[in-house]
Design a protein around this ligand. Structure first.
Ligand code: ADP
Length: 457
């Protein structure tokens, strides 16, 4: 309302002032014109020189007539300033001391708006048509009160318009803000519910405006929250399950050793080997969990050093060679250029190892895993490509979640913990890089890591 009221008010004041100026100028010019006409008539009628009373009377009547016509007082003065004729008839024969008449008699024609009153004086000097000396003056005095009456009426209408417009704008804004705010209030209510722990909230999306966008964004966020909550529950369940299974096996194995006497040494050996492998599995899970917790920690300290990525990758492949040999998988390394980057060597090694290890684990016998190292002037690109079983489209988003495994039974056999990709993704993010996966089920996977050569602060 304020925003509409002040400009409109200024606008109407502007209109009022322009109209006032225009009307007064118009009236002033008109009076000046009339005074000139009268002065002309006085000269042409020979009134000033005539001694004929009859003629003077006729001229007086003419002035009277003219005065009525233009609604103004007309006075004629002689060269000494004595009133020769007055349409009001009251001042005839009197001597005038009016400044504007005196200046007219001195030769200056002008109009005056008398200060403090709404009266305009137009004075014109009358010159002898032969000698050109000033012999008289005419003055017209007119009230401009009528101008102010019409201006006041215009002003009143403008004010009514301003007030009406302001009220309409006010009601409209009130209505619109109500319409805008209602869905926001609804959103706040739902957000409060989510805060209280009721995560499964969805708001119906209406229309196609920004509020609809906001509602959709909220619904996505809510879905994601629910997903995270579910995956957290699943995570805890998984951790318990993963840790319990080896423990149960260990318990069964050790109890059978305890309960039976005089067992052959070979059996002891076999059981203890089984126990050791279960302990190894448990250690692997705990190590992965610890690595993840460390990376997740807010105050995680990375030690970034200028590193030659070519040998870093070569070392990883050398270390994983025996694992690849078990399935007769060929490891191919293509390093397209020398790449130095500022990275945390240990953590990045772990991240890349996870990807190559997966390429081997989820590969078919006699398959290949290729690693390509390339770079432009800003980023290093590490591509890990395998000829394995691939990842279906609908699973691709989820495989970076902790403990997410596509086929739980299958992966237990491969010894995976479901934490590898989560660790890799977080490590890459800590390096301000990104990880992209393209894959088709049955046709293998391609993971592309982008690691900036230098960290931006
Ligand atoms: P895991 O320790 O089980 O390998 P990851 O987090 O590394 O855990 O991987 C998560 C899941 O993603 C795996 O269980 C597997 O189902 C799938 N996956 C990961 N990498 C590949 C790959 N190269 N080919 C096929 N599936 C893969």
């Amino acid at each position: 309302m304020i925003i509409s009221f002040f400009p409109l008010m200024l606008f109407s004041l502007g209109i009022y002032n322009t109209l006032e100026k225009h009307y007064i100028q118009d009236r002033t010019a008109d009076l000046q014109r009339q005074a000139n006409i009268i002065a002309g008539n006085i000269i042409s009628s020979g009134y000033l020189k005539s001694i004929n009373l009859e003629q003077k009377k006729v001229f007086s009547d003419e002035i009277q007539q003219k005065s009525k016509e233009i609604g103004a007082r007309i006075m004629v003065f002689d060269a000494k300033g004595i009133v020769l004729n007055d349409s009001n008839k009251v001042d005839v024969g009197k001597m005038t001391l009016q400044k504007e008449v005196i200046t007219a008699l001195e030769g200056t024609n002008a109009t005056y708006l008398l200060p403090g009153s709404n009266i305009i004086h137009a004075v014109v000097s009358i010159k002898d048509d032969k000698t050109h000396g000033i012999i008289a003056a005419v003055m017209i005095s007119a009230s401009i009160e009528d101008i102010y009456i019409s201006l006041r009426s215009v002003q009143k209408q403008l004010y009514v318009l301003v007030i009406l417009t302001t009220l309409v704008v006010g009601f409209f804004s009130f209505y619109v803000s109500g319409v805008l705010i209602r869905p926001l209030k609804e959103l706040v209510k739902v957000i409060q519910k989510v805060t209280e722990g009721h995560l499964d909230q969805q708001i119906p999306v209406r229309g196609k405006d920004e509020i609809a966008d906001l509602t959709m964004a909220f619904n996505h966020m809510s879905e994601r929250l629910l997903e995270v909550d579910r995956s957290r529950e699943e995570f805890v369940a998984n951790v318990s399950h993963e840790l319990k299974t080896p423990l149960s096996s260990i318990k069964v194995l050790s109890e059978s050793l305890l309960l039976q006497e005089d067992l052959p040494v070979e059996l002891y050996q076999e059981f203890l080997e089984d126990i050791t492998s279960e302990v190894d599995r448990q250690t692997a899970i705990i190590n992965d969990l610890l690595a993840l917790v460390k990376i997740d920690g807010k105050n995680m300290e990375l030690s970034f050093n200028e590193t030659y990525l070519n040998t870093l990758i070569e070392d990883i492949l050398k270390r994983l060679h025996p694992l690849a040999m078990q399935k007769n998988i060929e490891l191919i390394y293509e390093s397209r250029r020398d790449v130095y980057a500022k990275v945390d060597e240990i953590k990045l090694t772990l991240a890349i190892s996870n990807l190559v290890e997966n390429g081997i684990k989820y590969n078919n016998e006699n398959g290949t895993v290729s690693v390509i190292l390339d770079a432009d002037h800003q980023n290093a690109f590490i591509t890990i490509q395998d000829t394995g079983i691939g990842i279906p489209e609908e699973e691709q988003k989820k495989i970076f979640d902790r403990f997410y495994r596509i086929d739980k039974t299958r992966d237990r056999a491969t010894g995976g913990t479901g934490l590898g990709l989560a660790i890799t993704q977080r490590t890459v993010l800590l390096h301000q890089g990104s990880i992209r996966l393209t894959s088709k089920e049955g046709e293998g996977c391609t993971f592309i890591l982008r690691i900036p050569l230098h960290l931006s602060s």
